[in-house]
Write a protein that binds this ligand. Structure first.
Ligand code: HEC
Length: 153
């Protein structure tokens, strides 16, 4: 009886350990520089793990305002700012450098509040900046449906 009880509690501890480890693994994967490599999505080269992590940061923190949806405030503001000379959709831009992205993310502009390091760590910002300044073909390969900017969802 006693032996059976300790076997069961051992199983409970094991389940709890797995439950705790999974989110931690996912988070450190996103923040990792190059030591641990998250499993690459199908059709994406292993070396692109950093860009995949950056895309996840973008989808979590930026897409609400910078998506291709016609109501996206960031997309609307940037389309107006550049009067169509540059895509309003941030992910369609080919002129962004990691330095420019980092500067806007940490400083904010207009209705875009600065992002704290508790929200986006420096490592995540590195991934995000790498993603937004990566060759457009690589970025499009990571987007569910690559459409020309201005296209409706
Ligand atoms: C609350 C909405 C909002 C969120 C969230 C947001 N932005 Fe913005 N962002 C804007 C708006 C609006 C502008 C345009 C401001 C202006 O110049 O009038 C902008 C401008 C920018 C610019 C400047 C581009 C240029 O050429 O002037 C960059 C870069 C940028 N955002 C990156 C990001 C990134 C990266 C994230 C996610 C970490 C993000 N933004 C999250 C609303 C947002």
């Amino acid at each position: 009886m006693k032996a059976r009880f300790s076997y069961l509690s051992g199983a409970v501890v094991a389940v709890a350990a797995v439950a705790l480890t999974v989110p931690l693994t996912v988070r450190s994967g996103a923040a990792a520089q190059s030591t641990s490599t998250p499993a690459p999505a199908k059709g994406v080269a292993k070396g692109d793990a950093r860009l995949i992590a950056g895309k996840q940061v973008f989808d979590k923190w930026c897409a609400t305002c910078h998506s291709s949806a016609p109501s996206s405030p960031g997309t609307i503001a940037l389309a107006a700012k550049y009067e169509g000379e540059m895509p309003g959709v941030l992910e369609d831009r080919t002129d962004l450098t990691p330095e420019v992205v980092s500067m806007f993310v940490r400083s904010g502009i207009s209705i875009m509040a600065p992002f704290r390091k508790t929200e986006i760590t420096d490592a995540q910002l590195g991934d995000l900046s790498a993603y937004l300044s990566a060759p457009i073909g690589k970025r499009n390969a990571m987007r569910p449906k690559a459409k020309p900017s201005g296209a409706r969802k």
